[in-house]
Design a protein around this ligand. Structure first.
Ligand SMILES: Nc1nc2c(ncn2[C@@H]2O[C@H](COP(=O)(O)OP(=O)(O)OP(=O)(O)O)[C@@H](O)[C@H]2O)c(=O)[nH]1
Length: 561
């Protein structure tokens, strides 16, 4: 029952609606804000990756170009005779190498047959190598510098990049090739890329598309490793076919990354700078936490405020409903509900109070109708009974008496029958008016039948019969006064039965005694009163003829004797 009341409660529904609004707006705000931030931050992070890749590619291009031009300057200075003088050539190389050891970790000279003439620093087995079938060597013999593909140096067994430049005689004819071997891990060469760090999990790679190879990377484990198979890393696949720029996509492990691609000048290589999406957008993830936490706190606060406000708004309504409920169950009397505030609840309460006032008025009208005669407005038999109870109790308490006069009109039927019911009603109303004037304020005049009235007289002093007699005479006199109906005068009479009591009798027997006495008066010739005998009601019986009527007054019990 309580649960049903709770679920049906307007308050519960309003609070639920409030919560729904809070939650939906919080979700919408969270969704739009985070989406907006994510998109924005993605663009910024992707552009940053592109910029970093571009910077690293430029740096690598610069270092390669530096080494190539160093070798070209050496080749241009090299005396042609050295190709045939190994000792002099070694000395010449040594001098140059020591001047600039960083730009090539190994130098060698090959003649135009592919045989290594000399190398510095000398390495075991290198002099036995032949470059005759090496495509880069062949290319260099055509007169242009060649930047070879990186590989594990057979001599040093470390990853290395070989740059070959042609050696020409005075006539410009290529007579040999000067080679410089650059170890990829040599200081100052690819250091920027190898030592670079981009967050805890970002990475840089120098890629050779021709060999689908990672030339070098900031992760040493990736150096000279093959690229993932086609399809595993869609963005890398695009870069291998020439795309340069930035974007977001999954890597070979399925982790979304922000990547930037940039070409290394002077080569067909490119640099990738990649960063996992999750670590690329720390602001977004912080914002996510902040918005979630803020939303929860805000929701809780708003919920509390709404709940308290609703409780406060609806408290008068619930109090009014409880009071109305108690009134309905009869636990408290019908009374106006308190109007606490002049708001909707206040107006509703005022409207209820108005309805209650109408109800009470209606109720009192019904009460009046239940206790009064509609035609004359006099109390009816029911109210007479109540008044008699009260009067008897008071008479007993105050040790005085009451008299009950039962009046039945004489000659009413002929008027009623000849002039009609409406005229009869007017006669009854007129009789009521006249009798009301005779009765005292404390007396009760009731209409108990068609032309029957009862007058309950209280506060009578002893002997009770004297007061009753005087009252009956006044009644006979006032009813007997001529009645003008239309153009004609009519005369009515009244027969009265009187029963008196000092409080020690019951209402029904008193009424019955008066009724019987009235019949005695009728039997005695009408227009007179009879006091019920002492055995009937409670007092002695006397039959009286009103003064001036000329009728005989006889005791009821012995009137006809
Ligand atoms: N107009 C009218 N007539 C009523 C009403 N109630 C009863 N009557 C009539 O009142 C008459 C009463 O009859 P009776 O008591 O015999 O009339 P009566 O001529 O006084 O005769 P007695 O009482 O025997 O002296 C009847 O004709 C009823 O129809 C009423 O409310 N209005």
């Amino acid at each position: 029952m309580k649960i049903k009341r709770f679920t049906n409660s307007l308050l519960t529904r309003l609070v639920l609606v409030g919560i729904a609004i809070i939650v939906s707006t919080a979700i919408a705000r969270y969704y739009f804000l985070v989406n907006f931030l994510e998109t924005d931050q993605n663009i910024v992070a992707a552009e940053r990756q592109g910029t970093i890749a571009g910077y690293l590619a430029q740096d690598i291009g610069y270092h390669i170009e530096e080494r190539r031009s160093f070798l070209e300057r050496l080749a241009a200075q090299m005396p042609p005779a050295l190709l045939h003088d190994q000792a002099a050539a070694r000395e010449w190389l040594r001098e140059r190498y020591e001047l600039q050891p960083l730009l090539a970790q190994h130098l060698f000279v090959a003649d135009n047959t592919g045989s290594i003439v000399v190398d510095y620093p000398a390495m075991k087995n290198r002099s036995t190598l032949s470059l005759a079938s090496d495509p880069d060597y062949k290319h260099a013999l055509t007169g242009t510098a060649v930047i070879g593909e990186p590989l594990l140096s057979p001599a040093s067994e470390t990853p290395a990049l070989t740059i070959l430049v042609p050696v020409k005689d005075a006539g410009g004819k290529v007579t040999g090739v000067l080679g410089g071997i650059n170890e990829l891990n040599a200081p100052g060469f690819l250091t920027q890329l190898q030592r670079g760090r981009l967050g805890p999990s970002g990475g840089y790679q120098l890629i050779s598309p021709a060999r689908r190879l990672v030339i070098t990377a900031n992760d040493p484990l990736l150096v000279l490793t093959p690229l993932p198979a086609m399809g595993a890393d869609p963005m890398l696949d695009r870069a291998l076919t020439g795309f340069r720029g930035n974007g977001v996509g999954p890597n070979a492990s399925g982790v979304d990354e922000i990547k930037g691609f940039a070409s290394v000048p002077g080569t067909d290589w490119f640099v990738t700078a990649s960063l996992p999406l999750a670590s690329a957008l720390p602001a977004v993830s912080r914002m996510r936490h902040m918005v979630t936490r803020g939303g929860l706190i805000q929701g809780a606060v708003i919920f509390l405020i709404i709940a308290l406000a609703y409780l406060w708004f609806f408290r008068p309504l619930r109090r009014a409903a409880d009071l109305a409920d108690k009134m309905t169950r009869g636990e408290i009397p019908l009374s106006p509900l308190p109007v606490v505030r002049r708001d909707e609840v206040g107006y509703l309460t005022m409207a209820f109070n108005g309805l209650l006032a109408r109800l009470k008025l209606h109720q009192s009208e019904l009460q009046h109708q239940a206790h009064h005669d509609v035609l004359t407005g006099l109390p009816n038999r029911m109210m007479l009974a109540e008044r008699m109870q009260q009067a008897l109790a008071r008479a007993l308490f105050e040790q005085n008496g009451i008299a009950l006069l039962f009046l039945d009109l004489d000659g009413f039927k002929p008027i009623n029958d000849s002039l009609g019911h409406k005229a009869g009603d007017l006669v009854l109303q007129e009789v009521a008016r006249r009798l009301r004037q005779v009765a005292r304020h404390s007396d009760t005049l009731a209409r108990v039948g068609g032309d029957e009235f009862v007058l309950l007289a209280t506060d009578l002093g002893a002997p009770l019969e004297n007061g009753a007699r005087a009252l009956a005479e006044k009644c006979i006199a006032t009813v007997s006064e001529p009645l003008v109906l239309g153009q004609k005068e009519y005369q009515l009479g009244v027969s009265i039965g009187i029963a008196v009591c000092d409080g020690r009798c019951d209402a029904d027997s008193l009424l019955q005694a008066a009724d019987q006495a009235m019949y005695s008066a009728k039997a005695s010739g009408r227009g007179c009163y009879v006091i019920a005998p002492a055995g009937m009601g409670c007092s002695h019986a006397i039959v009286n003829a009103p003064a001036g009527t000329g009728k005989t007054n006889r005791p009821a019990g012995s009137a006809h004797s």
